[in-house]
Design a protein around this ligand. Structure first.
Ligand code: GLY
Length: 267
């Protein structure tokens, strides 16, 4: 049996869920779960509704730096603060499969992408420019601007389970307002993403909070009482958090705020 589950980021409107169901139904036709999650996240990166790839939010200095990751059981790849590429998730996959490393950041990640044939691309949009003005006002009014004034946390993610083989992928422009160089949970194994022992998870929310809680690893450790553990984490978090994934064959979706999500299954 093949299954895939996607999210459009915590805080994204439930009205976008039919669109995510459509992306899930396209992506499930790929033969391998890693191909499926990368395809799904690319659809979301290319869709201006979401804060990843084209449509990513801007840093306070007006730049766009993106994070993305992919994971299968026993292997991982991520890019941190990559710039000027269309599909960071594809570069994260190439870090995992073509480089000797598991994480590349900044100029090194961007250079690696160009060397691997990704053309230079400007992911900025008019909407991101408008949101930058709002970000700058939030940041000016509160020097610890990340909370509770956070404007945007809508990372996108996907987890697929094809006959017990699991893959996960995440991509984001980051939680704004944020400084240039800031890193969230998306490219951090055990925080935003984890695939291990028949368990796979893709998280969304304020990256700093997810990293402090090691959210994905925590839920993996508590997989025998997943729902109870989630309820405890969510009720103790004043910040938006969400996850999708598989605990064995069982798909799960939890969020403490609205979160667009999609699902497809093929017997
Ligand atoms: N969850 C995305 C971020 O905080 O960057």
């Amino acid at each position: 049996m093949r299954q895939i589950i996607l999210h459009g980021g915590v805080g994204s409107s439930d009205e976008l869920s039919p669109l995510l169901n459509k992306y899930a139904s396209f992506s499930i036709n790929y033969g391998d779960p890693l191909d499926a999650v990368v395809a799904a996240v690319k659809y979301l990166e290319d869709d201006l509704n979401f804060n990843a790839g084209t449509g990513s939010v801007m840093r306070l200095d007006g730049s766009i730096q993106m994070d993305a990751s992919v994971m299968v059981d026993g292997n991982f790849g991520s890019v941190i603060n990559i710039e000027s590429v269309k599909n960071p998730v594809q570069v994260a996959r190439e870090v995992m499969e073509k480089s000797p490393h598991v994480m590349l950041c900044g100029d090194g990640a961007t250079k690696f992408a160009f060397e691997n044939g990704h053309p230079r691309y400007d992911p900025s949009t008019e909407r991101a420019r408008k949101r930058l003005e709002e970000s700058r006002v939030i940041a000016k009014n509160d020097k610890r601007f990340l909370y509770p004034g956070t404007q945007s946390v809508d990372t996108v993610g996907a987890v697929a389970n094809f006959d017990g083989k699991i893959a996960a992928a995440l991509s984001t422009g980051g939680s704004s307002p944020m400084m240039r160089g800031r890193v969230g949970d998306t490219p951090i194994l055990g925080s935003g993403i984890l695939v291990r022992d028949g368990f796979g998870i893709a998280a969304t929310g304020i990256g700093e909070e997810i990293i402090r809680r090691q959210l994905s690893f925590d839920l993996y450790c508590a997989r025998d009482r997943l729902e109870a553990e989630w309820k405890s984490i969510a009720s103790n978090s004043p910040f938006a958090l969400g996850v999708v994934g598989f605990n064995g064959k069982e798909p799960f979706v939890y969020a403490n705020k609205s979160m667009a999500h999609g699902y497809a299954k093929l017997d």
